[in-house]
Ligand binder design. Structure first.
Ligand SMILES: Cc1cc2nc3c(=O)[nH]c(=O)nc-3n(C[C@H](O)[C@H](O)[C@H](O)COP(=O)(O)O)c2cc1C
Length: 388
């Protein structure tokens, strides 16, 4: 067996992950009628074939009707999702890849004129700069209803064969409660204390855990530092991390640093080409050190050397290589299509020959073909060498 730190298995509770590379949640916007049908399955299946140990599928799969997707996400509040999830999980498991899904309620990060035209709800009375629509200030009966929706959605995912879920707690409803920047409530959920701000997210974790039992992985993908005046500081973020760990309800932490309420802010969370490599890696490592919980993280860790450093030096347990691993996936897909498994792929060639269904929309829209090719060549060599 290889002694490469990246190729060592990781034991996440009862679940063995075969290596240390995961894809973090990234909605490819492939649902049809809100369901992850065959194209969706094919996309993740290809990534599983390319060697990833854990696929965190979807991106912000919606738990409630009043969290309508703004860019074609999975509707986890519908019972009909279960067989489609089963197709997806079976396909990934076939290749030894564990599968989980990110669930969320968007809160104010949506608009009223999507889905069923229901008012959006939030702990904030102010609109989010990126989505512009004023939310209704959330009421106690909404809180109760949405808590139940989270538990229902988690149960559907468990029925569909998922190994676990993570909750998105950055920019969405759960952290709108816990950030002083977006909590205008009064009463026991108000912004006056951390206890009150954390109350709703912890109630949601408790409701989910009660519903799915102990043999189902539950994680938090959350901002542990909003990097904004008046927001959650790194110190408070560490305190939140410890409280999540101490709650005993959370099996892993997936660390985010920053906010996504504007496009520039989001670019610091998801750095683009030309920006600094692995800008939040050491910070994520400090969270792991403080909590001792399994810790995942992704933010432009684009090469094997950096990923290996993250594992070898105990900064992370699982490294998210979401866009980088896609390059590898695409190479395998193109190689199979054109040459069969046996012929090695030339990076400059496969990027010209990709089957359309394997191209994620930002790759098509944000990068020119030349940039795409350069990025592919940069990451392809090292990732391919790792898995071949
Ligand atoms: C198209 C796209 C959609 C994404 N959607 C989500 C999402 O719904 N939820 C989430 O937590 N992160 C989302 N992300 C962020 C990724 O999970 C990841 O953090 C980001 O791509 C940085 O990791 P990387 O540099 O390894 O790609 C998305 C990223 C991309 C490119």
């Amino acid at each position: 067996m290889s002694n490469d730190p990246l190729l060592q298995p990781f034991q996440l509770k009862h679940l063995t992950l075969k290596n240390r590379i995961m894809t973090t949640s990234h909605e490819p916007a492939y649902p049809e009628d809100g369901m992850p049908k065959d194209r969706y399955r094919a996309y993740h299946e290809e990534r599983a074939k390319a060697g990833v140990a854990l696929a965190m599928t979807a991106g912000s799969a919606a738990v409630s009707k009043d969290s309508p997707p703004v860019f074609n996400n999975v509707l986890a509040y519908k019972d009909e999702v279960v067989p489609w999830i089963k197709n997806l999980t079976d396909a990934c498991h076939e290749h030894g890849c564990a599968v989980m899904i990110q669930l969320t309620h968007l809160g104010r990060r949506t608009t009223w004129n999507k889905g069923d035209w229901l008012p959006s709800v939030s702990s904030s009375r102010h609109r989010e700069p990126a989505h512009h629509h004023f939310p209704k200030l959330i009421e106690e009966w909404d809180i109760e209803r949405i808590t139940g929706d989270f538990a229902d959605a988690a149960e559907r995912m468990q029925a569909g064969g998922m190994d676990g879920i993570e909750l998105q707690i950055y920019g969405h409803l759960l952290d709108q409660f816990w950030s002083p920047l977006t909590n205008d409530l009064e009463g026991e959920y108000d912004a006056s204390s951390l206890d009150n701000r954390l109350r709703f997210p912890l109630e949601v974790f408790a409701a989910i855990r009660k519903r799915v039992g102990d043999d189902f992985i539950i994680g938090a993908r959350y901002t542990a530092d909003e990097v904004e005046k008046g927001g959650i500081t790194a110190v408070e973020g560490l305190e939140i991390s410890k409280r999540l760990a101490d709650s005993g309800m959370v099996d892993f932490l997936n660390v985010i640093r920053g906010r996504i309420h504007t496009d520039p802010a989001m670019t610091d969370v998801i750095p683009i080409q030309g920006m600094k490599s692995a800008p939040h890696l050491d910070f994520a490592g400090s969270v792991k050190k403080a909590t001792g919980l399994p810790t995942f993280h992704a933010a432009r860790i684009p090469d094997v050397a950096t990923a290996r450093h993250a594992i070898a030096n105990g900064l992370l347990d699982m490294v998210g290589m979401t866009r980088a691993q896609q390059t590898l996936t695409l190479s395998y897909a193109a190689r199979r299509k054109k040459y069969g498994e046996v012929v090695a792929c030339e990076p400059s060639r496969f990027l010209e020959e990709l089957p359309e269904q394997y191209i994620l929309w930002p790759a098509k829209t944000a990068l020119s073909p030349e940039q795409n090719k350069a990025r592919g060549e940069q990451t392809m060599g090292s990732l391919k060498a790792l898995f071949d």
